[in-house]
Ligand binder design. Structure first.
Ligand code: DGJ
Length: 733
């Protein structure tokens, strides 16, 4: 059993994969963190005072005259007002305006399997043998608050998930001012922390820094998880690198405003907490009501950052993504956005589709501009009816023609938005987020629908559903091109206005749950002006996400490398586009554009009709190659070999679970010397005793040779050149 309770010493020991997570209840009924790291065995003798910190079961209520007990012990879910002055995990305000809390352990239960969260995405188990759950009930009796802390342990993975449930058992209202999903006090501060930061067209760049005293935090106040900060960070031991050392990962399954905070205080504990951003948030809990937080997925690795990433990849690929496409290889698509922007008609589309068929492409995606009167960004969002001027045969007619040529058909939507110039806005000018008497800020000429309102969610479900029923559409690109402003709702009472951001996210999830359930055969792809909402919450509904509007191959190396820190290749959509690149004006060879896109879910986003025959032949080869490789790329273990943020080359490799197949992707970003010396890529994850063939090169090397001596890549001696090597196991040596 992965969860143990020592009821003499009141210690909980959670064993996940090869790690241990231990906390206890001290004699004052406070929950105190003890240990998270490599798996250990603990004795049941009564000797936990030193493991739990000097004061774990201190006989005196206040260990010194100047410092409270709470201040110098490690809390499992800290509260504010009784002597711990670091950031609390939660805080309430009662009817009298008092904001002090005191949380004491009451009871626990342990059971097999994992509960789902009400209205929120979360990782799941397919059967109860995959792990266990511990629910701790603690209460703040003087205000009638019960709190259930939920811990789930995945038996075979180094994964512990945490969330919290607040229950108002009093007869008066309670306001939650802060309700984070988890908190943990690590024993020391000997860590670096790594975050994924960025902006539009430069998402998820890696930033690693030593911890400092005080608070370091990453957060979004944008209404979405954002381009700027991903809801993830990790703590790394100073000596931890890509392949070795201890790394602790924290990833929030949520798509809205979040906070991830690390605080190092006087005793050098590192307090880590994560959850819904308390900024601009409160939640009024009426008597008898419950508030559930989103889930944080905590991963332990003693195989460096790479080990942490592989655990997240497997978990998110197999136990977060859902539906028909979770286990299927993804179709190779062509999208018309960068080929035509808003300027297309069905004839143009069909011409692209015909060429795409010749090249082996499987799915055509009609992007923005197919509906209402939309010929640029200024109108029609919300009017989900086909524009018959551009597509006279209607969607069904166009789709039938595309299917007739031999491609599937996919469609772009941006359902959360409304254009002030739209039929929908004429009828419902009050449906957008707004504050009476304040000007409504438009971004990209659009406003955001208020998804906290049921009738608006239902409108989206009905109008998108109607289109999906009207034609055999097998793919949806769900876009979101601006963030939330004027966050107000005239129908909510004043003390609920600060619930709106979270209510928006709950409405969004409700819509996605309904649509993905009603259209199980449709592959949904998330998008937000590129990768502005690339988070685990989205992946629960949509198993792949457009990584960035920046389609330049070199920029993509950085974006995709950073994204791979948490997210598996099967979730990362990557397209080949024309040169000079629209965003960076860079010219890169088609082979490199293909190789970079092939390391995720391959697609194309250029006008095939204007390519010459050589380019077409090359694309045909890429498509053929990807079809042979995609299972390996989308389902295997990733090893990062060369970090573009640190070196002049980017290299990664995928290795199948049985270690018989591997693919290595290597791109020279810039050649720093005129005469390159021999340079070798030291591979990882292979079977050292097996002889591998380097396919197409008539070279055979042992796994140990490839891992210890390496693969010569010095022929990549020009800027932006790249190569894919494919390895096949031959025999044991
Ligand atoms: C932003 C997306 O990221 C693009 O791929 C494209 O779909 C445009 N929106 C369309 O408006």
């Amino acid at each position: 059993m992965p969860i143990f309770f020592d009821n003499v010493n009141r210690i909980f020991h959670l064993k996940a994969g090869n790690c241990s997570y231990i906390f206890g209840i001290n004699k004052y009924d406070y929950m105190q963190h003890i240990y998270w790291g490599e798996q250990i065995e603990i004795s049941t003798c009564n000797k936990f005072s030193y493991i739990g910190g000097k004061f774990f079961n201190s006989p005196v209520p206040k260990p010194t005259n100047i410092i409270s007990l709470e201040e110098c012990t490690r809390s499992e879910y800290p509260f504010y007002g009784t002597g711990d002055f670091k950031a609390p995990a939660f805080q309430t305000e009662d009817e009298n305006g008092y904001t002090t809390n005191c949380l004491k352990f009451k009871s626990y239960k342990i059971y097999c399997g994992k509960p789902s969260l009400d209205g929120l995405p979360a990782t799941y188990m397919e059967n109860e043998n995959e792990g266990q759950t511990l629910e701790i009930t603690a209460s703040d009796e003087s205000i009638g608050l019960d709190l259930i802390l939920i811990y789930t342990v995945f038996d075979k993975m180094n994964v512990i998930t945490r969330s919290a449930k607040f229950i108002n058992n009093s007869s008066s209202k309670l306001k939650l001012l802060r309700a984070l999903s988890m908190s943990i006090d690590m024993e020391d501060d000997d860590f670096d922390y790594l975050q994924l930061w960025g902006g539009w067209a430069s998402e998820r760049h890696i930033d690693r820094k030593p911890l400092a005293h005080g608070i370091q935090s990453l957060e979004s106040r944008r209404g979405s998880s954002s381009h700027q900060k991903n809801p993830f960070f990790s703590l790394l031991r100073k000596n931890a690198d890509e392949n070795s050392g201890e790394v602790f990962g924290f990833s929030l399954v949520y798509s809205g405003c979040f906070l991830a905070q690390i605080e190092v205080e006087q005793f050098n504990f590192t307090r880590v907490s994560m959850g819904i951003n308390p900024f601009n948030f409160t939640w009024t809990l009426q008597p008898g009501c419950i508030f559930e937080t989103p889930e944080v997925v905590m991963v332990y690795s003693n195989e460096g950052l790479g080990g942490m990433s592989r655990t997240y990849h497997k978990l998110y690929r197999e136990r977060l993504c859902r539906g028909k496409y979770r286990d299927k290889v993804r179709p190779i698509l062509i999208n018309n956005w960068e080929a035509t922007y808003f300027k297309f008609n069905s004839q143009k589309i069909l011409n692209i589709v015909k060429d795409a068929k010749q090249l082996g492409i499987e799915l055509f995606v009609l992007d923005d501009g197919w509906f209402g009167r939309r010929n640029d960004s200024t109108s029609s969002l919300g009017d989900w009816k086909v524009n018959l001027e551009k597509i006279p045969e209607g969607l069904y007619g166009l789709c039938s023609k595309i299917n007739g040529i031999g491609l599937q058909f996919g469609l772009w939507f941006e359902p959360e938005m409304i254009s002030p110039d739209s039929e929908l806005y004429e009828v419902h000018p009050d449906w957008c987020l707004h504050i009476p008497k304040r000007e409504r800020t438009t971004v990209r000429d659009q406003l955001v629908l208020d998804l906290s309102r049921d009738e608006i969610c239902n409108y989206i479900i009905d109008s998108v559903g109607k289109v999906l029923k009207s034609a055999p559409i097998t793919y949806v690109k769900w876009d979101f091109n601006r963030e939330l402003t004027e966050i107000g709702n005239e129908l909510l009472p004043p003390d609920m206005q600060k619930e709106l951001c979270h209510r928006y996210v709950l409405g969004f999830y409700k819509i996605l749950e309904k649509l993905t359930e009603s259209f199980p055969d449709v592959l949904f792809e998330g998008c937000a002006s590129g990768g502005g909402r690339f988070d685990p919450g989205i992946l629960y509904y949509m198993p792949q996400i457009w990584a960035s509007d920046n389609t330049d191959a070199i920029s993509r190396l950085f974006i995709q490398y950073g994204t791979s820190i948490v997210y598996p290749a099967s979730t990362i959509s990557a397209h080949v586009s024309a040169v000079p690149n629209e965003q960076t004006h860079r010219i890169t060879p088609l082979s490199t554009r293909g190789n970079v896109a092939m390391s995720g879910n391959l697609g194309y986003e250029l006008d095939l009709n204007i390519l010459d025959n050589d380019d077409k032949a090359e694309i045909k080869n890429q498509v053929e190659k990807y079809k042979a490789l995609r299972y390996l790329i989308q389902k295997s273990d990733l090893y990062r070999l060369k970090n573009p943020f640190e070196e002049d080359t980017c290299a990664i490799m995928y290795v199948s679970q049985d270690k018989k197949d591997a693919a290595i992707f290597c791109t020279r970003i810039i050649c720093k010397t005129a005469f390159m010396h021999i340079e070798r890529l030291k591979l990882h994850g292979l079977n050292k005793d097996v002889l591998y063939e380097i396919v197409g090169e008539n070279i055979f090397s042992t796994g140990s040779e490839l891992m210890k001596i390496g693969l010569d890549y010095s022929d990549l001696d020009k800027d932006f050149t790249s190569k894919i090597w494919i390895l096949k196991a031959k025999e044991r040596c």
